[in-house]
Design a protein around this ligand. Structure first.
Ligand SMILES: O=c1[nH]c(=O)c2[nH]c(=O)[nH]c2[nH]1
Length: 303
């Protein structure tokens, strides 16, 4: 029996990076949180304390800022690809790089009917996400969003469910449905490299719009059904996407019993609870989707 070093990876987590494009009076702004992760021949650092092959996480951070200055950010996906390709191509011990990016959206301030050139207001908790992996297996991009908080005040039911000795939930044919959606989608990709001309921003905006439209327009019999419709519509309308993964906490809004006060409550007063919450998850995929390879591999099993 031998004790061996198993999986390992390392990198710089959560570099806060804001890039301003100020070539014109009307500035552009992208606000990112960038995490780099390198995989490869780093065993000696763990086994022998040998740093000769270790590119410091500090250098990885500096690379992100230098690339942002030299080439711009573009979209999170483009920036992630540029960084991941660089680490794999130019840093000898690196066999695989994963770059995870969160983008925090800013809207231009409305300054009396016109959008201000260089003043923004933060859009809210919603975050755009991108995870780029470059390794021997090829290039993978997973785009997404998280903390997209939505609520509908009718058009949602939950009834006809399995009952057992522990079931107390009343059936409802009209309830509030709310969630804080996480969605991540994978591109089918024809080859081993991601093409340079993918309109990342436009695809993201379109997928987001489809998700919101389906949440709004489907008369929902359960959050499970809503997720299926969201995922199917996204793949229907985006042939370039192979798979979408959806995670939806059911942000319960419980009808308050106002009878003790002589009041009825026809779906008007709710207590919004934050825990516990139902957690509904689904992957929607094409049955002929190409293999995902390492697209989803965060190395999360390491922690
Ligand atoms: O949309 C729902 N799905 C469930 O599985 C569930 N379970 C529950 O208690 N409420 C709900 N709502």
């Amino acid at each position: 029996m031998a004790i061996v070093l198993a999986d390992h990876q390392y990198g710089k987590a959560e570099c806060r990076l804001v890039r301003v494009v100020r070539d014109e009076p009307r500035h552009e702004l992208r606000d990112l949180t960038v995490t780099t992760t390198l995989r490869g021949a780093f065993d000696a650092a763990y086994l022998d304390g040998d740093q000769s092959g270790v590119l410091p996480t500090d250098s990885q951070k500096n690379t992100a800022y230098a690339f942002a200055r030299a080439s711009g950010v573009g979209s999170p996906e483009q920036f992630g690809l540029a960084l991941a390709r660089h680490f794999v191509a130019d840093v000898a011990p690196v066999s695989g790089a994963r770059v995870e990016i969160e983008e925090h959206a800013w809207d231009r301030v409305d300054a009396g009917g016109t959008e201000h050139d260089h003043t923004w207001v933060r859009r809210g908790p919603e975050v755009r996400t991108a995870a780029v992996t470059v390794d021997a297996d090829g290039e993978h991009v997973v785009s997404g969003l998280k903390d997209l908080v939505v609520l509908k005040s009718t058009g949602s039911e939950f009834a006809g469910f399995l009952r057992d000795a522990y079931t107390t939930l009343p059936e409802t044919h009209d309830r509030v449905m709310a969630t804080s959606l996480v969605a991540r989608w994978r591109y089918a990709g024809a080859g081993r490299t991601v093409p340079d001309d993918v309109p990342w921003d436009a695809v993201h905006a379109s997928v987001r719009a489809v998700l919101l439209r389906e949440f709004a327009t489907l008369h929902s019999l359960a959050l499970q059904q809503t997720l299926w419709h969201m995922g199917r519509a996204v793949l229907d309308e985006h042939p370039a996407l192979a798979e979408i993964r959806l995670v939806a906490p059911n942000k319960h809004h419980l009808l308050v019993d106002l009878e003790p006060f002589g009041l009825d409550n026809p779906g008007e007063v709710f207590v919004a609870t934050d825990r516990p919450y139902g957690l509904i998850q689904a992957t929607v995929t094409r049955d002929d989707a190409p293999d995902a390879g390492s697209a989803w591999d965060t190395g999360a099993g390491l922690a």
